[in-house]
Design a protein around this ligand. Structure first.
Ligand SMILES: Cc1cc2nc3c(=O)[nH]c(=O)nc-3n(C[C@H](O)[C@H](O)[C@H](O)COP(=O)(O)O)c2cc1C
Length: 327
């Protein structure tokens, strides 16, 4: 008997395939279908701090003749957006039964609006995922301050709720291991490696800026494999989910072997459909049987940094062989 159950962020998932935060998860109807398609958990579309601020600005511009103060309007937008989000949590919980619903907040500042996490908890979310994705481009940037912001926001949320907190990290930290260790020390239950930045491009015909690929490709997976392989060996009390380029059923097995407890999928479902979830699970079941495994714990992390002695695969940075003179 193959058992797909996995523990992630203090939750028991029926299987390790999590649908990640995106437009795929922004309504209860969509989430019901994802649960029926086999998802092990669902991360709701993020509520963006920026969204609240921009909408307030927009309303102030559109209705300049109204004399409401910014504070009042901000409070109104916040209340409205937050209520919509709470409704999404409640309606998704009602139709997804045994599939955990993870709320997602995008915040950039450690501001009081994070107190909204309390209402997320009361609305019945099973966990909160926090996404602080941002580029640091300020010439006066103080090294380490962005990492510290992660810790500060996490502490604030942990003070506010008892729910498991999952930190979804961007992929451009100098040393994700040290950050993950700090997040673990401050109460994070899991980390997701990694969120994906918007990809810029340039159209040379029109000589204009253009958007790069919105959806990922499997070329992006090695970065998650590397850092999960290294970090799960060192900071081994926190759970990991791989995100970014998980496209094939084989990719799921790879990330579990590297040390992940779960994977998050997004682009592959946009490109194909939610039937990919079953394909992943069928492949995982066959692979486990072929290799004599009944439970994920029996092989999770088998190829992480700790378990592969004398082979520095994950830390290798140069393709020495390929850079030699005759290649
Ligand atoms: C259209 C779209 C919308 C997304 N919206 C969010 C979001 O609201 N919050 C978030 O944390 N990530 C968001 N993401 C990022 C995904 O959750 C995921 O981390 C990223 O796409 C990498 O995974 P993938 O390779 O499986 O696509 C979005 C991605 C796409 C393509």
């Amino acid at each position: 008997m193959t058992d797909f159950k996995t523990n992630f962020a203090g939750l028991t998932l029926r299987n390790p395939i999590i649908v990640s935060s995106s437009g795929l998860t922004n309504s209860a109807d969509k989430n019901k279908k994802l649960a029926e398609a086999g998802a092990g958990a669902i991360v709701l579309k993020s509520l963006f701090e920026e969204q609240i601020l921009i909408e307030t600005d927009q309303m102030l511009t559109d209705a300049a003749s109204y004399m409401e103060g910014t504070d009042y309007l901000q409070e109104y937008v916040r209340h409205h957006k937050l209520n919509e989000y709470l409704e999404l949590i409640k309606s998704s919980k009602a139709v997804c039964q045994d599939v955990p619903i993870i709320a997602s907040i995008n915040c950039y500042s450690d501001s009081e609006w994070i107190d909204f996490a309390k209402q997320i908890e009361e609305a019945g979310a099973d966990a909160i995922e926090v996404n602080i994705l941002a580029l640091q481009t300020d010439i006066n940037y103080v090294y380490g301050s962005f990492e510290q912001r992660h810790v500060d926001i996490l502490k604030h949320i942990k003070k506010t709720v008892k729910l498991p907190v999952i930190m979804k990290l961007g992929n451009s930290f100098t040393n994700p291991v040290a950050l993950i260790n700090q997040l673990y020390a401050n109460g994070a239950d899991a980390v997701v490696l990694f969120n994906r930045f918007y990809q810029p491009d340039i159209d040379i015909i029109k000589m204009k800026h253009a958007a790069g690929p919105i959806l990922s490709s499997s070329n992006e997976l090695p970065n998650s494999l590397r850092w999960i392989g290294i970090a799960s060996a060192v900071v081994d009390k926190i759970d990991y989910a791989a995100s970014g380029g998980v496209q094939s059923p084989q990719d799921v097995v790879k990330t579990l072997l590297a040390g992940a407890s779960a994977v998050q999928v997004c682009s592959i479902i946009y490109k194909k459909s939610d039937t990919e979830i079953r394909k992943m699970l069928t492949f995982l079941g066959t692979w486990m049987q072929d290799n004599g495994f009944e439970r994920i714990n029996q092989f999770k992390g088998r190829l992480n940094h700790k378990n592969v002695k004398n082979a520095n695969y994950f830390e290798r940075t140069q393709f020495l062989k390929y850079f030699s003179a005759n290649k």
